[in-house]
Design a protein around this ligand. Sequence first.
Ligand SMILES: C=C(O[C@@H]1C=C(C(=O)O)C=C[C@H]1O)C(=O)O
Ligand SMILES: NC(=O)CC[C@H](N)C(=O)O
Length: 889
Amino acid sequence: MVSLARNSMTIRTLIIDNYDSYTFNLLQLFPEPSNVVIIRNDQFTWPQFVSSVLPHFDNIVISPGPGRPEHPDDFGLCTPLLQAQKDGPDHLRIPIFGVCLGYEGIAHVFGGKIGYAHRIMHGRISQIVRTEQKSSGDVLDHLPVPFWAVRYHSLVVEAESLPACLKVTAYCSEQDADMEALESAPYVSDQGELANGLHNDPANIIPHPPLENDETVDSGKRTLMAFRHESLPLWGVQFHPESICTEYGVRMMSNFSKLTLDWMAKAGKKLRKERIPSSILKLSVVADANMENVMVDGIHNHHELRILPVDIENFSVNSGDLFEEIIASHQNEQIPITWLDSAMKQSPYSKFSTLAVDPAFTISYSTLHKEVTTTSGTASTREYITANETFYDRISSIMSNFNAIPQKVINDGGDCALESLPFRGGLVGYLGYEMKRESLAGYHVPKEQECHCQMHGPDSPTEQNCCRCQEIPDAAFHFVDKYFAFDVKERYIYICCLVKCGQSKFPQVGLSEEASRDWMRNNKQLVLSIAQRLGQSQMETACSSPIPTNSRLPTPPDNKPILKEDIFEPDTTHSKYIDSIKKCIEQIREGESYELCLTTQFRHALHEDIATNACDPQLTKLYTRHLRRNNPAPFSAALSFPTFKMSLMGSSPERFLKVDGNGIVEMKPIKGTVKRCLTCVCDDHPEIDCDMDEECTRQTALEDQRRMQALWSDVKERAENLMIVDLIRNDLAHFCEPKTVSVPKLIHVETYEKVHHLVSTVCAQLRPDIDSVRAVQNSFPPGSMTGAPKLRSVQILDTLEHHIPRGIYSGCLGYFSAGDANSATGKATAEFSVVIRTAIASTKATHVEMSIGAGGAITFLSDPENEWREVLLKTKSVAPSVEEYVENA
Ligand SMILES: C=C(O[C@@H]1C=C(C(=O)O)C=C[C@H]1O)C(=O)O
Ligand SMILES: NC(=O)CC[C@H](N)C(=O)O
């Protein structure tokens, strides 16, 4: 065999992407991803491909993907490429490694039949058994027998149809070894850190059970998993070598490289010494560089962040009460509120709660009209961006003015040792789900979602609320330049503002030196007087009565029964939703998707006595007195936008994406949900005589733990999570250094007020030419809200959700913050949560509507009734708070 070491720098690999959500993970298997180019299967015509692309490469990987290899729309260029291997001239011959759809495609072109799998497997781990023990010139050479690999497929190559030229090299036994092994393993919760990267290695979770050897391939107990062509340089595997839970993926790819060199040597082809020309590298579908917006050339001197720390250690106030009073001090005006609330204090993700009520300006956007509205004070301007531009470009360009902002902490003789704040002024708001129209490559807006309203466009007079797509903008942000940051652990409150110190493109942002001093002084007084008053009233309360007397409702106990009457009406009926779930399962069976996050919305019209405008100050109490108490979450939030009469109150547990000052990107997908046990379960234990006391509490806690264990070891829930982890790794590899993508935590249990979830953490190092806005754009919409593969799943969900816009629900909420001059990159940072468990208030012609979205991941293993129950359970994180508010209003 030809030695690879000498030449590894110059093997040039082309990956053809069939619009899968795992293709970019293949990059991690190469020693030098910069020598690999990824193109889409429809990026070139076949003649263009033959003349301008193929000659530049030494080998090709055909990616996985949705659909079937027989469908030209699903397989594109891969079909003529494989036909050329079969019948074509020698100069078109090239080593090819087909993964999943790619593997099925090789079999199909050479005459095999693609059928339905006996067991449909998505995100499950199987043991793969090689049939050839010795090295036979295969991509699986030298791998142990068996090894673990992840499968995402509904279709198979039928073993009896396999043409003689394709030699079986591996199969798998259809046992439930993964399930059995999990039964005896204890769950991992986010309370404890892992000793090592144990969970990145499936072999550590799942012991290797003995293999049965008496079955024939494809008898229903065994499925074909890999083959090689007997004479041509073609290899295929049904499983996914690039999944985080597959073993030896790197070895498979290095085998492929070695086999390529062997073949080239035999065919008399020489390896080129030079690297891939830049004109060809440019074809690769990676995130666009955004150099002019991310160059941080020293400290920008037009703004400085001023921070005044106020020590509130001696006052027994919490951020919620304090912020409620700050809002109330605005005397019942409809003010634009941005409150990013770390309401779940014990969460490791809860550090600061940030409140602002007086933004420098507000910017909102409608995708269908490409209409940007900017409001500053009472003045509003409207403009239309060009067809080639996106709203992401717009916000990226705004944030590029706020890189490397220096800060000054005014210490006033105190001893605060603050280094930096995560939010340093910037854009706070949301990107609704429909912003996918400008982020998801290949997405086509379905006809049913188009808007033909005549009232928009540069020459048309525009009116508020003239069409559905303007009622709630697809995205909206307040530029916050004056705010309060409450350190929930250290009990400091920081009064912060941006101060102007030079010419800026944004003269409306920031205060003058003098105005900033006044603003900070006044607000310090305000904070201290509120803290004193609240501290006092709490002390009095504690002395006199266990029930608070300061007009606040007592925090409801955990076991408060959910109100009997649901005031929320779903957009769909139970039977229609079950029907949609069945259609999802059918799509999955057809190989069109591996997992679909189906959702719906629940609505309630508020009585006019309660509110006539969604920014009615009274409505703030729904957040402060009900939701933040009943369902505190690490990413709780209250936002209001008086310019378009909309507000939202959220209690999301899920981090979408964070980019810090070192350029580290972190995503924390949640998949896997179980209801917590919070009420007496003694009825289930006849041996217990319930005393509603210690024993009862102990049994409740035990049952809660049993549910955590059951969730953690449930293969269906784990598979859902793994599918999204692999999808997110793929998202990150588009705009991060592919080799830095890692999964520090894989499938941990996290506990919230009403539910336990399975949560993973995926991290990577941002490319230097990408800013945090591009990072969000390239990962949007959140994979946990779409399913995988993302593009195909989103298009299927549009139809199955009857083209009702998801709106803010399913999008993301958070901030793009001014960069820190002292951070490693100086670049603007970002932190966003996924908008779930959130009530949205919008002002309709006749009433204020409250809506709550909820959904869940549908896989082939889904039980429709259970899925519907899960949707209802998720609404229960929010709906009872609205109901309670309505009852008490
Ligand atoms: C769709 C929702 O939640 C998403 C789906 C989850 C699941 O399927 O287990 C869990 C968290 C979210 O990513 C929702 O809360 O509405
Ligand atoms: N992951 C894949 O490539 C899947 C291929 C094909 N759509 C199937 O379901 O079998």
